[in-house]
Design a binder for this molecule. Structure first.
Ligand code: PMT
Length: 398
């Protein structure tokens, strides 16, 4: 599932290699991609829309308007695409891409692409492929940032042999995956994340804790990992099934243990995020034996725990340091004070009084506050979506 949650738009132009695209779509789906297909009208002579829509699970688009009069929005398609794969890319389509000719939906979508990556797999006869103008067009496209998946040597539909065969679907997919991994924005970055509650022992069977499930911190750790970072997750008691395999785990129980684990990793880290709900106080004396319930009233003497994030902020060198603030009143003022006091690059504030926000839920509702007073409001969304927005803000700081 190496293309999990990737939106892949497959653009098919009219070449005999189009007959291989149903296999390519199957492989993309197997890798977890969401797939949509655009064809030129001629391409449908080589592969049927029925096959393509059945395998992709989406209608196949070819014209600007459908028979029922609805408009196929090329801008929306381009914005949707994380990857636009043009395969097969014929001489005609490549030439139009290189020279700004926009006479079908596939090309209009190509010219509307914004942040998605473009890959093209040329397929044509050998003399067409080695023609000067094709070479120049391909070079022009590469200069714009598109990635060529070069044609291969072999038997061609014309009966001739040479370079011009479209790369095999399995190789196309492998090349895209390799390229995506090499170009992840946080590749090579070391991240340190804290998640979950701390448990402060009273005696061998009791503790002071809080309702944190760790879902928010784990979602952030996973999102950083998906962007190519290596991630160490220091966590209190959490559901480990939520954590992607590949993350380094440092389980702890108490705030002092969390502090020790965070400080041990801090100097090596490029990015540090504290999403844990650290208990502010712990029992002064921890009973060696189970406390007897003979008295009707008891008092627990509590002492203050270290403020882990405050200390990390003091030690900060080149790290990006991000904290959370859990506030039930005067959210912005309180969060801003924490951001400044703890030397943070930004702070994420959430209010558990808002429906579906804070502890335990799969959702949260946050505001991201920056030192220049910019505030980004994120409405109630899945914690995984919020984590991606937070990680995008970190990427933007890099
Ligand atoms: O785990 P979930 O169920 O998904 O819930 C998510 C969450 C509500 C725990 C999370 O979104 C969140 O708000 N985490 C921070 C909770 C908190 O302790 O906030 P605070 O405002 O008390 O602390 C401010 C910052 O200082 C936090 O980054 C905290 O991790 C850190 N801190 C706090 C106390 C302390 N002794 N040491 C710290 O490092």
């Amino acid at each position: 599932m190496r293309l999990r949650r990737k939106n892949v738009l497959v653009g098919i132009s009219a070449g005999i290699a189009a007959y291989k695209i149903p296999v390519l779509i199957r492989l993309l789906k197997k890798e977890g991609a969401e797939v949509r297909v655009i064809t030129t009208s001629e391409a449908q002579n080589f592969v049927t829309p029925l096959t393509l829509s059945t395998l992709s699970g989406n209608p196949v688009l070819s014209e600007f308007y459908d028979k029922n009069g609805s408009w196929n929005n090329h801008v929306e398609l381009a914005l949707w695409s994380d990857i636009f794969l043009l395969a097969p890319a014929t001489l005609n389509t490549l030439a139009k891409m290189a020279h700004g000719i926009c006479d079908n939906l596939l090309l209009a979508t190509y010219f509307s692409m914004k942040k998605g990556k473009i890959y093209f797999a040329p397929a044509m006869d050998l003399d067409m492929y080695k023609h000067d103008s094709t070479t120049k067009n391909i070079q022009m496209l590469i200069k714009t940032g598109a990635v060529e998946l070069p044609a291969q040597n072999g038997k061609l539909a014309s009966g001739l042999s040479g370079f011009g065969r479209m790369m095999e679907p399995s190789e196309i997919i492998q090349k895209i995956i390799d390229h995506q991994l090499d170009n992840l924005p946080l590749k090579g970055q070391k991240c340190l994340v804290s998640a979950g509650p701390t448990y402060e022992p009273i005696d061998p069977v009791r503790y002071i804790g809080n309702y944190s499930s760790g879902k928010m911190g784990v979602a952030i750790a996973n999102a950083l990992f998906n962007k190519g970072a290596s991630v160490t997750l220091v966590h209190g008691p959490i559901d480990k099934n939520l954590v992607l395999s590949g993350l380094e785990l440092r389980p702890i129980q108490s705030a002092e243990e969390m502090q020790f684990a965070m400080e041990a990793e801090f100097d090596k880290a490029d990015i540090v995020i504290m999403a844990a709900a650290v208990a502010d106080y712990r029992p002064k004396n921890v009973g060696q034996e189970k406390m007897k319930k003979s008295k009707t009233e008891i008092s627990l003497e509590l002492v203050k725990n270290p403020d882990i994030l405050l200390n990390l902020g003091k030690r900060k060198k080149s790290q990006i340091l991000v904290g959370f603030a859990l506030e039930t009143q005067d959210e912005f003022e309180n969060a801003k004070k924490k951001m400044i006091g703890k030397n943070l690059d930004f702070i994420v504030v959430n209010n558990p009084k808002n429906e579906g926000a804070g502890f335990e839920h799969n959702t949260n509702q946050v505001s991201i506050i920056f030192p220049n007073d910019k505030i980004k409001e994120v409405p109630k969304s899945q914690k995984s979506e919020i984590a991606e927005i937070i990680v995008d803000e970190i990427v933007a700081l890099k």
